[in-house]
Design a binder for this molecule. Structure first.
Ligand code: FES
Length: 161
């Protein structure tokens, strides 16, 4: 037969080989690309309202600790940082949210119920219940978080400093 539209066996094998190679390349390449760009897709904002749960979990009068984590991405390196603080609930809706990070060299302070102050274990500093410096080397009071209450849940505003 003299049909010039027929393809040879060699051309058919070539076309099938290219098609299969393309499908296999896509099957292998798409997950690899997804893996490579995944960190960039999971970046957490440097600012966010952090939910701390129901307001009734924070009793009146005595500071209660909280903690949360935030991740940041530098290139393909992901870092997870921990943050913490204390909620002092003065009245039903009057709240004070303090960072637990000492303003001297960033050690974590602890609430000392007996002495009614925050104590920094690193250089024996103390902060009052409102975060003010009582003694020691810290140059500034404990940082404060902005707070809000929505539908009975407490949030603090995180800003990466
Ligand atoms: S780190 Fe807190 S007093 Fe030095």
């Amino acid at each position: 037969m003299a049909g010039s539209s027929r393809i040879s066996r060699r051309d058919f094998v070539k076309v099938v080989t290219i098609a299969l190679s393309s499908v296999m390349g896509a099957a292998l390449g798409i997950p690899v690309i997804g893996y490579l760009i995944d960190p960039a897709l999971k970046v957490q904002s440097s600012e966010a309202w952090i939910p701390l749960g129901p307001l009734e979990n924070f009793p009146l009068g005595s500071p209660k600790s909280f903690s949360f984590t935030r991740s940041s991405v530098n290139g393909w390196e992901k870092t997870v940082n921990s943050y913490g603080g204390f909620i002092l609930r003065k009245t039903e809706t009057d709240l004070l949210a303090l960072s637990s990070r000492c303003t001297h060299l960033s050690c974590s302070v602890n609430w000392d119920e007996g002495n009614n102050n925050y104590a920094c274990p690193c250089h024996a500093a103390h902060f009052g219940s409102e975060g003010e410096v009582l003694d020691g080397p810290p140059p500034a009071p404990l940082d404060r978080y902005e707070t809000k209450i929505e539908e009975g849940n407490l949030f603090i505003f995180f800003q990466k400093g």
